[in-house]
Design a protein. Structure first.
Length: 643
């Protein structure tokens, strides 16, 4: 038995997967931690002592620390003369036509940056790091009483000797303070991104370490000996590995949803998917090509660049709890502010008074007051109407028209996110299938698909807890990277083997028995960014793969130009047991299509559904719009197609 626990801003989803099937539970989240009823819920789903094979947790603790700037005091040690690096950035503007707008400030204060007198160049040491300089730096750091320390020296990815010397001295003097070194966190070139990522790692370690250590102890006491954490790359790792790779958890929760969507697509034979996870606070868009989530080598959270591999996820403030309001011009807006778990939408009768997307859906009859939400939370239509009436009067609209407007605005925000992960990356959504999940996602599946010109969509059998299901089925995965900077023409098969030798040794040590996949970051000479391709064979095969991907992604490729191999990457992965989604009834399907309203689960395989129709489930509600038809697959997935 494997368990997945996804702690979101509004709800906490729990899934148990065993040979007997899939069991789910949905709890209301509490600010700053896990619901006190979580462990009781796990026990009710079968998580008694000794019965669980693994407990996989998707956490937002790293994301929240970066967004809310609640981490501790970080001291950065860098090469003397480069103390302003984090403020100089890349000299790009925060907004092209808004000259007064600034980038978010770094998470380290300018006065907490210490320059060490040393210098390493591309060919080796230029200015040695003296013993007395190490003593001075340690004293300067200790005087500031930091919560964490980041070390990022020039060209440390080529020669980490100076970083190791400083780290050893600092760890000896300040044994309880975590120290993050750039050659351990991100041993590749690009000084700014390497420094920013290392600082973020140091900034996150105290909070992430405290949270995960507590959760690990709680899990161990209750018999969950294999407690693992979901990372941004779609794989899981042990608690001690996660504490040492805190920055890799920045997209921990949303990554589980993409893995769950991949499972659903595989069950019905769809390998090219657009995914949309709409929860209570936000919506996360992603893309799966040929059965694998699209990944990126870096991104930014809260304005902080993180140059770590992660599943491509575009987040917008459009969730069930997103608040409707009027701007200064009198236009109706929705989000990004959310009612959250406390007090929640007005219809929850928990003290909320502002109108939310959930209230709008209830007013329009999309939600049924006879079907409570998480923790048997009842819905009150009168409270929803009263909340919308205040905004509707100010906007000169009826309550129903105001509700329709809020639904349209939320839908438009999610469509923009889906376009960014597809159209803006050269991917045509019209040839793909949309998977809409989360507590509110299935309500918008048909509308989003129509807006993108798509003709096919999927409603999973457990849409409201699909992220937790993805966690329970996620593979164990670690990624390793090293700098190379060689022309592909210089690399034969033996040279490629040599470049991966140390990475493979580390992978076998940290994840024994894992499948190892070689990758290479490549570019044409003079390009500023790279594409990642399989690194099978020698340089010639790598170049061929790069030309093909460049042509596919950008519409052109110059096969006569040389190719530079910038970095080598190794993915170590150990798959979890396969999850079978079968939840559909084996009884005979009705001879005529069902209309109006039906249960989301338990319908016989082959049941035909004709829009408009609402499908009520224990963890989510789905809507099939007019002009769309649905068919229940044997996995319990509802396959939607435009009539």
């Amino acid at each position: 038995m494997r368990f997945g626990v996804d702690v979101g801003g509004t709800f906490t989803d729990v899934v148990a997967v065993s040979t007997d099937g899939i069991s789910v539970s949905k709890l209301r989240s509490v600010p700053g931690g896990v619901p006190p009823t979580l462990w009781k819920s796990l026990g009710q789903l079968g998580g008694t002592e000794g019965a669980a094979d693994a407990l996989i947790h998707g956490t937002t603790v790293a994301t929240n620390v970066l967004l809310e700037r609640t981490g501790g005091r970080v001291v950065l040690v860098t090469t003397a003369g480069f103390e302003d690096l984090l403020w100089l950035r890349r000299q790009d503007r925060a907004a092209l036509y808004e000259l007064s707008r600034d980038h978010p400030p770094p998470v380290v204060d300018h006065g907490d940056v210490i320059g060490a007198r040393e210098r390493v160049g591309v060919e080796g040491v230029i200015d040695p790091l003296a013993g007395e300089e190490i003593v001075r730096v340690v004293q300067e750091v200790a005087r500031r009483s930091p919560d964490a320390i980041a070390i990022c020296l020039l060209f440390a990815f080529r020669d980490p000797t100076h970083e190791r010397g400083l780290a050893e001295a600092l760890r000896s003097k300040l044994s309880t303070v975590p120290v993050a070194c750039s050659h351990e966190v991100l041993p590749v070139f690009r000084e700014y991104e390497r420094a920013s990522t290392t600082v973020a790692e140091a900034y996150l370690r105290p909070a992430v370490g405290a949270y995960l250590s507590l959760m690990g102890r709680e899990a161990g006491v209750r018999g969950f000996d294999r407690f693992r954490i979901m990372a941004s790359n779609g794989g899981t790792m042990r608690v001690e590995q996660a504490c040492a790779r805190a920055a890799s958890l920045a997209l921990s929760g949303p990554a589980g949803g993409v893995e769950g969507a991949r499972l659903v697509g595989a069950a019905v034979g769809d390998a090219n998917l657009l995914t949309l996870d709409m929860g209570g606070t936000s919506a996360d868009a992603s893309v799966i090509l040929d059965g694998s989530p699209l990944t990126e080598p870096g991104g930014a959270i809260g304005g902080i660049p993180l140059a770590l591999p992660h599943i491509l996820i575009e987040t917008v403030g459009a969730g069930g709890g997103s608040v409707g309001w009027l701007d200064r011009g009198g236009a109706l807006r929705v989000g990004p502010r959310s009612a959250g778990a406390v007090p929640g939408p007005a219809c929850y009768s928990q003290g909320g008074e502002e109108p939310t997307v959930t209230d709008a859906a209830l007013v329009l009859g999309w939600l049924d007051v006879e079907h409570p939400l998480a923790d048997d939370l009842p819905l009150h239509r009168g409270l929803a109407e009263r909340a919308l009436a205040a905004v509707a009067r100010a906007a000169g609209l009826s309550v129903e028209r105001c509700a329709e407007g809020m639904i349209d605005i939320a839908n438009a925000a999610m469509v923009r996110a889906l376009r960014r992960v597809s159209v803006e990356r050269g991917i045509d959504p019209r040839n793909m299938t949309l998977v809409a999940f989360g507590g509110a996602g299935p309500l918008f599946a048909c509308r989003m698909a129509e807006s993108l010109g798509m003709h096919r969509a999927l409603i999973p059998p457990h849409p409201g807890v699909l992220s937790a299901l993805g966690l329970a089925s996620a593979p164990e995965k670690l990624e390793f990277v090293d700098s190379l900077h060689r022309s592909a023409t210089e690399l034969d098969a033996r040279s490629v083997d040599s470049a991966f030798a140390d990475l493979e040794a580390n992978a076998r040590r940290d994840l024994p028995g894992a499948e190892l996949v070689r990758l290479a970051d490549c570019r044409y000479p003079g390009q500023g960014y790279e594409l990642t391709v399989p690194a099978s064979g020698g340089g010639e095969q790598i170049a061929v793969a790069f030309h093909a991907l460049h042509g596919e992604r950008y519409g052109h490729a110059d096969r006569d130009r040389p190719v530079d191999v910038v970095n080598v990457r190794l993915v170590a992965q150990r798959a979890a047991d396969a999850v079978r989604l079968a939840t559909s009834s084996l009884s005979e399907a009705p001879s005529e299509p069902i209309a109006h309203r039906a249960p989301l689960r338990g319908l016989p395989t082959g049941t035909q559904l004709r829009g408009p129709i609402m499908l009520d489930g224990v963890d989510a509600t789905a809507r099939i719009e007019p002009g769309w038809n649905g068919t229940v697959h044997e996995s319990g997935t509802v396959i939607l197609e435009r009539a």
